[in-house]
Design a protein around this ligand. Sequence first.
Ligand SMILES: CC(C)(COP(=O)(O)OP(=O)(O)OC[C@H]1O[C@@H](n2cnc3c(N)ncnc32)[C@H](O)[C@@H]1OP(=O)(O)O)[C@@H](O)C(=O)NCCC(=O)NCCS
Length: 214
Amino acid sequence: MKIIIRQANFHDIPQLLRLEESWPEGERATVEQLESRLTIYPEGYFVGSFSSAPDYIIAAFASSPISYTPDDMSQFTSWEEATNDGCYHPNCNKIPSDTLYLAASCVDIKHRGGTVYLDFMNQVLDSLKSRGVSLVISGNVLPGYDRYCKKNGEISAVDYVFKTHKNHPIDPFLKLLYQLGFVVPNEQHVIKDYYEDAPSRHYSTIIINDLSKR
Ligand SMILES: CC(C)(COP(=O)(O)OP(=O)(O)OC[C@H]1O[C@@H](n2cnc3c(N)ncnc32)[C@H](O)[C@@H]1OP(=O)(O)O)[C@@H](O)C(=O)NCCC(=O)NCCS
């Protein structure tokens, strides 16, 4: 089924809250966070729907401008720090918007496991590229790490991140993100305690998508 995308607006808030129910309790964005994002940088907030039901939102992408220097990871100590507790830093819209930080992306729980996320994200990334955005950065959990160690023996988080099977990262989520063009540039981008997440043993990666390569 074809996915269509558009910029989100304040009228979408009830539907965005419904979509947030796809996140585990305690990780869902609040009305205040959604309002703040839509006030500070609505240009970075996209929603997706099936073309057959354009008024029913099934995916969302919330991002804001960030300054990024590849060898300075000091602003990436936690998701809360990078996103100002999910509200975006108030002056981020004053910095050049050629680099965006993806604070959250989500697909309705009923539409996971297929190609909805890839289709939606590819359209958003193409749209950002055509607008002059050159880099999209995000932080992600490593949901297969603890399970991998228990099954195969202990390895470091860095070794896990860069371990591949048939040229794909072994972590299922990282594999999905690599399919979209995100990469983990080096081991400095593997961060402990960025998100609390037991299956990831509290490790995350900061991933970079160079849109010029699309
Ligand atoms: C991330 C997301 C959009 C991917 O949707 P999708 O492409 O339909 O794919 P799935 O949900 O089937 O996830 C793909 C794989 O990654 C794993 N995965 C992805 N995100 C995960 C997460 N946050 N926690 C645990 N596992 C996750 C899934 O278990 C699955 O693994 P499997 O192939 O071994 O079953 C969707 O899982 C989602 O909306 N999650 C909640 C929000 C979220 O975590 N967003 C990402 C951080 S910004």
